[in-house]
Every structure is written in structure tokens, then in C-alpha cells.
Design a binder for this molecule. Sequence first.
Ligand SMILES: C[S@@+](CC[C@H](N)C(=O)[O-])C[C@H]1O[C@@H](n2cnc3c(N)ncnc32)[C@H](O)[C@@H]1O
Length: 379
Amino acid sequence: MGTEGDGHRPSPDRLTELLRHARAAARPDGFLPFDRWMDLVLYAEGLGYYARAKSPLGPGGDFYTAPHVHPLFAAAYAERIRTVRAAVGTDRPFSIVEVGPGDGTLAAGIVSALGPHLERGHTVHIRLVERSTPLRSTALQRVRAAAGPYEVPVRVADSLAGDGPFEGVVVTNELLDALPVRRLRWDGSEWRELGVVLDGQGLRAGEGPVIDPIPGRALPDHPEPGLVFEVGAVAEAFAREVADHLVSGVWLLDDYGLEEDEIVHGHPGGTLATVRGHQSGSDALASPGELDLSVFVNWTRLRAAAGAAGLVPVADRTQAEALGAWGFPALFEDAVRHSGGAEAEVRLRLAVKNLLFGFERFRVLELAPAGTAGRFRAT
Ligand SMILES: C[S@@+](CC[C@H](N)C(=O)[O-])C[C@H]1O[C@@H](n2cnc3c(N)ncnc32)[C@H](O)[C@@H]1O
């Protein structure tokens, strides 16, 4: 394998190796369904976009997420987590499980804000489930440093399911939009699976018959010919995994997306986008392993999958509304009082404006196991 690319130019060895993996995973005719391609170019160990040593997150990376805008975002999460813990019972072991924590900014901010409220001998602990090897170690270091003063144990795990059933919260911020999707195209008489073709002529877009069954909610009825529709089968399976393991508590799911009707009518070519250097694009085959790929969450399908798995909504609202309900205004006023000068206050106000108005398509779904949801509906 070659050395790490500079983050903008693929190292030729890495690219060759990535394409070799893709060819090995392809069907005998060279066709590789899009979900397999997305999985490889984002996550292949040592090769994929998220497996690079350089973090894609934050101002120096390719994109930033809400936790990187200001620690008040995490502080609002901490407020919500306190109320969930009170409802679960503060005498019980309480897990904060973040899946896809990236560099750990959110979990570190949560424990910094939560720590001062924890009683001596508390049984709160944090589990980080991060697929990327370099990000996992960055996150572990960062969150352990933040948790140390409050004696909150922090560890990494390979999956949410690894420790069996638990009580607490599952946190996912911009995880689902980064999970591989199947892309289907209605050709006027049947759905076709979109993907890539790797054969003697190199890499190109292609399509084939739909072979694997499509789990979950039925596909749109009477689509317009040419409609490209993304199915987040991995995200929907993840909802089942949460339902199977979260016994009591709430899944705080923050992501960008649209309702299925809005996707079908507003995005007939699909919602897949690439990002590099804070610029978005649409060619998912360009610079494999060097671009982020993501899609809008289809809330209609996701809610259906969560509901079928036994999770019910405790709240379902925009990110700004959720922050408001979790005590953001009071946290903000407090931060203004302690900002320490006019310039810092202006910076704080700009960050807060971004958090409240810059994440327009973001929603927070709070999902809880059916039968326990009533306990968590306080906010
Ligand atoms: C868009 S980034 C968001 C990172 C972080 N949550 C944030 O908001 O800054 C998505 C993260 O999910 C991780 N990820 C993707 N699939 C995963 C999986 N199946 N299990 C755990 N982490 C995963 C990626 O490696 C990446 O760190």
C-alpha cells in the first residue's frame, strides 16, 4: 500500500488497491452495486475516505458538523441526557453510547457538561462505536481526557450490540447520512440496481437487475420513469439493532433528511452528494476514497423501520427546536455572561446563529422502546 495521499490527490497505490478490492467484490460481469461501492470507498480498512490518517472533520477538513461549531451544542445534549437518566433512575448503570463519534468532539463536550452534575459513585459510562480506526483512537483519547476528572469510564466497542442489552442513551450525529445506500432506478417497467462497473475498460457507472430483496417499507408507487431512489438499508438495520439492545432510554438521532414525498418529487435524480474541501459535488465515482459521499435520510422510511422494530417517537422536530427544548436558551445566556469580552461574545453569537439557522434540514428524532416512551416525554 502507498503512503497517505495529501487528502486531495489520491495516492496511486491506494487507488489501485481500492479498485482491486472493488473488482474482487463485483459480480462476475464486473458490476458492483452502489451500496458495496460506497462501503468500500468510505470505509475499507486503510484505504477508504474515513480510514485516512487525516480527519475529514472540522474547519481544516472537508466539512464540519454541529458539535464542531460550538460546545453549547454538546451542552444541550448533556441537559437532555440528564433528564433521560433521571427517568431511567440515577441509581442504575447508565450507558452513553455514541455510534459514529468521528473525532469525539460531541461525546467529549457531553461529558464535560454532564460531569459536574454527576454524584460521587455514579455509574455512568461511555462507549464509543466508531468504524474508522484512526478516528476511533482520536475519539478515545479526546473523550477520556474530558471524562477523567469525573471518573466516567470510556471505552471503544466494535458494535452497539457487543455488550448486550443496556439502559441509557444512543447518540448518533450525522451517522445515518454516511451509511451505504442502495440506489435504484425505475426504468418505466421495473426497478434497476445502480452501481459501478469494473472491467477491462476501467471504472464507470452501470446498472443491473435487482437481485437482493429490498427490506422494509414498500418502494414508491407509480414512480416517474427515470426516478432514482435511495434505500438506506444499513440505516434501517441499525434502527433494529438499537431497538434490540436499548432496554430503557432514548436514541437521540440528529441528521439531515427529507420526507419520502419531498425526496421523490424534489430529488428525482437521488440525493447522493460528494464533499471535499467544504465544496459539494455529485460525481460519486470521482477520486475514490478521497471524497465524502452522503445522502439525505429518508425520514418516512426510517420512522417505518424504527416503528417496525419497536421504537416509538418521544419527539420528532428540527434541530433548532430540539436544542430549544433541551435548555439551549439558558445555556446561551450563561455563556454570554461568561464570554469574557466583546469579541468573544460576537464569536459566540455567530456560532449560535449558525447552530440555530445554519442546519436547516436537520431533524432530531428521539426514539424510545415502546412501552417505556411515556417516561421520556418530559421535554
Ligand atoms: C459524517 S461523520 C460524523 C462524525 C461525528 N458524529 C460528528 O458529527 O462530527 C460519520 C461517522 O460515522 C462513522 N461510521 C460510519 N459507519 C459506521 C458504523 N457502522 N459504525 C460506527 N461508526 C460508523 C464514520 O467513520 C464517521 O466517523
